[in-house]
Design a protein around this ligand. Structure first.
Ligand code: FAD
Length: 430
C-alpha cells in the first residue's frame, strides 16, 4: 500500500514519463525508418530522373553534334516540281542508327559529289527547304542553265547531276549522297517573337520555306510576312507538293499574323485570272520595298533575303534607304557575285606575306580572292559567296571593306577574301 498520496502521484508521473518516453522512442524510430525509406525513395527517384535526363541529353547531343565529315544518305523521295526546273530530294541516313542533326531554319547542307568520270569530288551547298524536326532532310535544287550571255556554255555540273542522275530509292540508281552536317549562319530562331519579313526570289525561296514552315508549325502567332518573287506561274512552286507544311491554307486563314504574298514579274496571259481573283495574295510586279511600304505598318522588322543577285542588291539598298538598321537585314547569296570591277577603289598595294608576293589592286577584279588567285596565291575557297568562311585569311596590317553584305562573321583581324576589297595598302597572312 502506498502511504502517501504524493507517493502515488509520483509513481503515476514516473510511469507516464516512461510511457511518453517509450512512445517518443517508438515514434522516433518509426520516423527514422520513414525518413530512411523516404530517403531511399527520393534517391531512387532522383537517380531515375538523372538517368532520364542523361538519356535526353545524350539524344540532344547526338542530334546537335551530328556526325563528322560526310555521311552516306539515301534519296528516299525525289519530286519534280512541274516546269519550274526545280526538284526536291528527301534524304535519310543510310545507317538508320545515325540521328539527323538538328538545324536552324535557313541553314544548308554541304554535298560531296563524286561525279562519274571525275577524279576530284565536287562540293555544292543546298539550303534545307523544310522545317527542322522531321525524319528527313529536304533540299530543292534548281537546274542551273547556261547564262544568257553564254548560251553555248555547259549547264551547271552539280545541279545537272542532281536532276539527271540522282534517283530515289525506287529508281534504277538509288543513289547514295555524301552529306555534311547542317551548316551556315543565315538562320532564324522560330520560337522568338520579333516580327520577321522573309523574302525569297526564285530558288531563293528554299531557306524561306524552312523558316516559314518552322514558324507556322511552332509559333504561328508570330508576325511573319513571306514574299515570294518569280517570273510567272510556271516558275511558281510555292503550293507544289510538299513545299509548304500540310494544311497551310487553313493555317493562313486561322492565324492573321501569317502573311503570304506572291509576285509575278512577267505574268503569263493565263495568270491574269489568279492575279484578278486573289489580289491580296498575288501581285503583278517585282518584290521590293515599294510593296513592303504598302503592306507593312512600319519598317520595324528583321528582314531575311535570298534570291538573284540583282534583286538582292536592290532590296538591300532600298531597305537601308528606308531606315532599316543594317543589322536587321540578313542576306544569303547562292553564288559568287558577278565579277564586277570594284569601281572607285583607290589603287592599293597588297602583300601576301607567306607567299612573298605582292601586287597592285586597282579594282579590276572584284575581290581579294580573285586578286590573290590571279597573283598566283591560291587561297582555299568553297562557296565564294560569303556563306562558308573557307577563304578567310588573317590580316597582318591594313583594312578591308565589304561592298555587299555577307553572312559569315569573320573574327576581328581576319577577312573573307571572296567578298571584300582593300581600303588602302594591305598585308595578308597567306
Ligand atoms: C549557302 C548556299 C545555299 C544554296 N542553296 C541552294 C538551293 O537551295 N537550291 C539551289 O538550287 N541552289 C542553291 N545554292 C547554289 C548551289 O550551291 C550551286 O551553286 C548551284 O546549283 C550551281 O551549281 P552547278 O554545279 O549546277 O553549276 P556550275 O557548274 O557551278 O556552273 C554555274 C554556272 O556557270 C555556267 N558556266 C559553266 N561553264 C561556263 C563557261 N565556260 N562560261 C560561262 N558560263 C559557264 C553554267 O552554265 C552555270 O550557269 C546554294 C548555294 C549556297 C552557297
Amino acid at each position: 500500500m502506498l502511504e502517501h498520496p504524493f507517493e502515488l502521484a509520483g509513481w503515476v508521473t514516473l510511469i507516464a514519463v516512461f510511457v511518453a518516453a517509450g512512445f517518443h522512442l517508438i515514434d522516433g524510430a518509426r520516423r527514422r525508418k520513414l525518413l530512411a525509406e523516404q530517403g531511399v525513395l527520393e534517391s531512387e527517384f532522383l537517380k531515375a530522373k538523372l538517368g532520364a535526363a542523361r538519356v535526353e541529353w545524350d539524344k540532344a547531343r547526338e542530334r546537335e553534334v551530328g556526325w563528322k565529315g560526310f555521311a552516306n544518305f539515301v534519296v528516299a523521295r525525289k519530286v519534280e516540281h512541274g516546269t519550274s526546273g526545280i526538284c526536291s530530294f528527301y534524304l535519310k541516313p543510310k545507317d538508320s542508327r545515325l540521328k539527323l542533326a538538328d538545324f536552324k531554319p535557313g541553314q544548308h547542307l554541304v554535298f560531296e559529289l563524286h561525279l562519274p568520270g571525275k577524279q576530284q569530288p565536287l562540293t555544292r551547298r543546298y539550303s534545307l527547304s523544310d522545317r527542322p524536326g522531321l525524319d528527313y532532310y529536304r533540299v530543292s535544287v534548281k537546274r542551273c542553265l547556261p547564262p544568257r550571255d553564254a548560251p553555248d556554255a555547259p549547264p551547271g555540273v552539280g545541279s545537272s547531276y542532281f536532276h539527271d542522275q540522282v534517283e530515289d530509292e525506287g529508281g534504277a540508281l538509288g543513289n547514295l549522297l555524301l552529306v555534311g552536317c547542317p551548316d551556315g549562319s543565315f538562320s532564324l530562331d522560330p520560337s522568338a517573337s520579333e516580327p520577321v519579313v522573309l523574302i525569297g526570289g526564285g530558288i531563293g525561296l528554299t531557306p524561306m520555306l524552312s523558316m516559314f514552315n518552322a514558324i507556322a508549325e511552332d509559333n504561328p502567332t508570330r508576325e511573319t510576312w513571306l514574299f515570294y518573287g518569280v517570273r510567272d506561274s510556271e516558275e511558281d512552286v510555292i503550293f507544289d507538293e510538299g513545299m509548304f507544311l500540310p494544311g497551310v491554307s487553313d493555317l493562313l486563314a486561322a492565324y492573321p499574323n501569317l502573311h503570304l504574298h506572291i509576285c509575278y514579274s512577267r505574268p503569263l496571259d493565263q495568270d491574269s485570272s489568279l492575279l484578278d481573283s486573289q489580289p491580296g495574295r498575288y501581285n503583278k510586279g517585282r518584290v521590293g520595298v515599294e510593296l513592303f511600304k504598302s503592306l507593312l505598318p512600319s519598317n520595324n522588322y528583321r528582314f531575311y533575303i535570298c534570291g538573284p543577285e540583282a534583286m538582292m542588291n536592290q532590296v538591300e539598298d532600298d531597305l537601308i534607304a528606308w531606315g532599316v538598321p543594317e543589322e536587321d537585314v540578313m542576306s544569303e547569296r547562292f553564288g559568287p557575285p558577278k565579277a564586277k570591277a570594284a569601281v572607285g577603289v583607290a589603287p592599293a598595294t597588297i602583300t601576301f606575306s607567306r607567299s612573298e608576293k605582292s601586287g597592285i589592286f586597282t579594282g579590276e577584279v572584284g575581290n581579294l580572292l580573285d586578286f590573290a588567285e590571279a597573283a598566283g596565291v591560291p587561297i582555299p575557297s568553297d562557296c565564294r559567296s560569303g556563306a562558308c568562311g573557307q577563304c578567310k585569311v588573317a590580316i597582318v596590317s591594313g583594312k578591308v571593306s565589304y561592298p555587299r553584305r555577307v553572312n559569315y562573321k569573320c573574327p576581328p583581324g581576319s577577312c573573307l577574301t571572296c567578298s571584300c576589297i582593300p581600303e588602302g595598302d594591305l598585308e595578308l597572312d597567306c
